[in-house]
Every structure is written in C-alpha cells, then in structure tokens.
Ligand binder design. Structure first.
Ligand SMILES: [Zn+2]
Length: 374
C-alpha cells in the first residue's frame, strides 16, 4: 500500500522509522526502546499509513510515518547554510541548560539542535552558541544562533521560513508559537506539530513573507492554534496571523500566568501545557455573520417557508419567491435551495464565494440544508 504523496506533499522516505509497513499497529518509534524489556515489543502505537501519522497510547503522542519533500518555494534565490557547520549535537553543559528549561535530550535530538562557536555582532566576539536548524524537507534552509546572553542571529542572507515546518504535514491542526524554545517545549509535551515564526514578534513591522513561502503547509489545516506571547508585540503578531490565515481557522491558546510555552512547561509541567493547547478557543469573529446570528431566521424558513413580501405580479415568479424588507441575501439563497430551485451544489459554491471557503457559516448552512433536504 505505497502512496507517493499526502495532501500534495511528495513522500521522501515512506517509512522513516522502519516500522511494520502497512500494518495498523506496532511498536512506537518514540518510546518502545525505553520501555521495560517485556514491553519493548508491545504494540502500543497505531499507524494510519494513509494519513501518514502514528499515535502512541503509551507515551501519548503522535508521529509522522513518512518524511516529505518541500512543497512551494520562493522564486528568489537564497544563500543556503553549510550543512557541515550546522552540527546536530550538543555538549553535556548545553544539555544541562536545556534540562533546566524542561527540555530533554530526546527532544534536542528530534529537533536536530546543534552547538558551536559563532561570531555574534551583539557582543562583538565569537561565542559558544546554540544552533536551531531550520529544515524544509531534508534541506537546511536557515540557522538561528543563540548565545548565553539571549542574543540571537539568523544565517546571513538565508531564507526566512517557519521553524520545524516539516512537522505539520499530515496533521489537520498545528500550533504557531513565537520562538524555537516554545516549539521544543510543545514537542516535549507531546505536541510535535508546532512551528515558530523565524524572527519573533516585533511591534512595528510584522513582515510575514515566510507565511507566503510556506502557505501550502496550511492549506489542509482545520485548526491553527496561535500560542504567542501575551505582550503587545505578541498580540500584534497574533492579529496579523489571524488576518492572513483567516479568523475561521484560528484558535487562541493562552499560558495564564506565564509569558510563553517554555515558561509554562517549567512551571506547570507537560500535561498542563498540553491542556493549554487542547483548550484553545476560537477567535471571536468581528463584523462577520455567524450561523448563530441567523439561526432563528433560517430555522423559521425551514419550518414555515418564505413569508410573502413584495411580489412582482408574475404568478410563476411569485410562486417561487418574493422579497420583503430586511430579507437577507443569505436567507433568500437558503430559501431557494430549500425549495430545490437552486441545487445544493450551487448554494455550496455561492456561499463559499460569499463567505470564504472555510467559513463556519458556510459549513453550518451546508450541513443544515443537507439535513433538511433529502
Ligand atoms: Zn510511544
């Protein structure tokens, strides 16, 4: 049962962990080797080869079965960091530092974190830095350097993309955070499908070119959970992401008394952090009619049909519909569909155009019509 793509993403390695191919369950690539000898062969994970995802019931996390090639790329040619300089391992000292932030060795390995000397303009000298490697597919696209004083630098001239973007393919939801440390924190909490913006949040300019470059990765997402910082800059970034991705798919997570996901992890632990994400709330929609707003009107139509209003005097036409003051276009369209004057497909297409392809209103109306018109 080999497939070559998932949601338009070409599969690179069909079975990246060498699991029982095509089988519905088997061992977990994340935890089985760490379990007691008698449990190491336990089939604690289920595999969905069609979606390309596995779920483990022991360590309570999910994983991708495949690796993928990059989809969509910028037309501009960028400098590519040298793979050799982006060493993907860290010293014990750095490992210990990550440990104080609640990040384990496994997560550092999974996210291919590196360490090494690098000139930092902020201090004017070469520092020992942590390297966050930005991959798309198997290509190293950028590197974020972080020194001990929390100075940051991206690879000069390299393309800006989301950090950890490979991780969201196949999932119907993903989380967007502000920094790499938050991605690591969420990965630690069993939420591997999280990504971060490359340059944090800034108050005055949120240049989201990286969103255009990576837009294909969001096309199939039903929920995009925004988990940015609570400060003013974070909120400005959140607004811009909502504007660009669409309020109807965006959900907002908050970290209560903490400023970000990593702080929350160190303070409250993995389970609580995961709850912050699962408990994300829909974005309040402004200036948009939601299904709830017109539910009464629509239900009335379904039950009682169209109220006579201004008629044009042509019998056949008035039998079909008439208008009255205050009649909304949506209701009219709905009425026509209920009376099978317009096809469901037409209604579906029209409401799609009217309210955007993923708008809740469209989906709800579609569902309602399908239930009432059989
Ligand atoms: Zn597991």
């Amino acid at each position: 049962m080999q497939t070559s793509e998932i949601n338009g993403f070409l599969i690179d390695d069909f079975n990246q962990y060498g699991l029982a191919e095509g089988k519905p369950q088997g061992i977990c690539p994340l935890c089985s080797s760490d379990r007691q000898p008698k449990n190491q062969k336990a089939q604690c994970a289920s595999y969905d080869w069609e979606r390309g995802l596995g779920t483990c019931h022991n360590c309570n996390t999910s994983f991708q079965l495949h690796t993928y090639q990059r989809k969509g790329a910028s037309e501009k040619v960028y400098i590519r960091p040298d793979v050799l300089i982006a060493k993907q391992e860290v010293s014990t000292k750095v490992e210990e530092w990550f440990n104080t932030r609640g990040i384990t060795q496994q997560t550092l390995k999974d996210l291919k974190i590196g360490e090494g000397p690098e000139y930092m303009p902020q201090t004017g000298k070469t520092e020992n830095v942590i390297k966050f490697n930005y991959f798309i597919g198997d290509q190293l696209i950028n590197v974020k350097y972080r020194d001990g004083r929390k100075n940051f630098k991206l690879y000069k001239g390299a393309e800006k993309v989301f950090y950890n973007i490979n991780s969201i393919i196949g999932y119907d939801q993903c989380v967007i955070v502000e920094g790499e440390m938050d991605v690591l924190a969420l990965h630690e909490a069993g939420i591997p499908n999280s990504i971060s913006v490359p340059n944090g949040a800034t108050l005055n300019s949120n240049n989201l070119d990286y969103l255009d470059t990576c837009i294909d990765y969001f096309e199939d997402k039903e929920r995009i959970i925004l988990a940015v910082d609570a400060d003013e800059a974070g909120q400005a970034l959140q607004q811009e992401l909502i504007r660009r991705l669409g309020a109807e798919v965006c959900f907002l997570a908050s970290f209560d008394d903490c400023k970000d996901a990593n702080e929350y992890l160190t303070k409250h632990g993995k389970e609580k952090l995961a709850e912050c994400i699962t408990g994300a709330r829909p974005v309040p929609l402004e200036n948009v009619t939601t299904f709830k707003d017109i539910e009464g009107e629509i239900t009335d139509f379904v039950r009682n049909g169209f109220k006579p209003g201004f008629q044009v005097g042509l019998q056949n036409f008035d039998d079909i519909f008439s208008t009255y003051t205050g009649q909304s276009l949506l209701s009219l369209v709905f009425h026509l569909a209920v009376n099978r004057i317009l096809s469901i497909k037409w209604l579906s297409d029209t409401t799609k155009t009217m309210v955007g392809k993923r708008h809740l209103l469209h989906l709800k109306m579609h569902q309602l019509i399908c239930t009432h018109i059989k």
